[in-house]
Design a protein around this ligand. Structure first.
Ligand SMILES: [Zn+2]
Length: 94
């Protein structure tokens, strides 16, 4: 397809990618962009050591993901907490 035939414009959204441990297929899961007040944003920046000059959004990753190919369900790694927790993690992202 040549570029002349491309007409539609799509909105690009941030996503997490992961490789299925069963079949090896690369998967993508949507990231939820956190909507919050300036005060909440500052609190999160302080909690995660985000510098004032760093820009971006706080993203929430899914806790459980399902492979699009073999339908295997996996828990997502949580590097922020050593203990087992179902709390959703927030990360600084693009
Ligand atoms: Zn799979």
């Amino acid at each position: 397809m040549s570029n002349d035939a491309v007409r539609d414009i799509v909105e690009m959204r941030p996503a997490f990618s992961w490789d299925c441990p069963q079949c090896g297929v690369e998967n993508f899961s949507r990231a939820v962009v956190c909507e919050m007040s300036q005060e909440e944003m500052q609190e999160l920046r302080d909690d995660h050591g985000v510098q004032p000059w760093e820009t971006g959004h706080f993203l929430v990753k899914p806790v459980i993901v399902t492979c699009r190919s073999c339908r295997t369900e996996c828990k997502t790694a949580d590097y922020a907490n050593d203990s087992e927790s179902d709390d959703q993690e927030t990360e600084a992202g693009a």
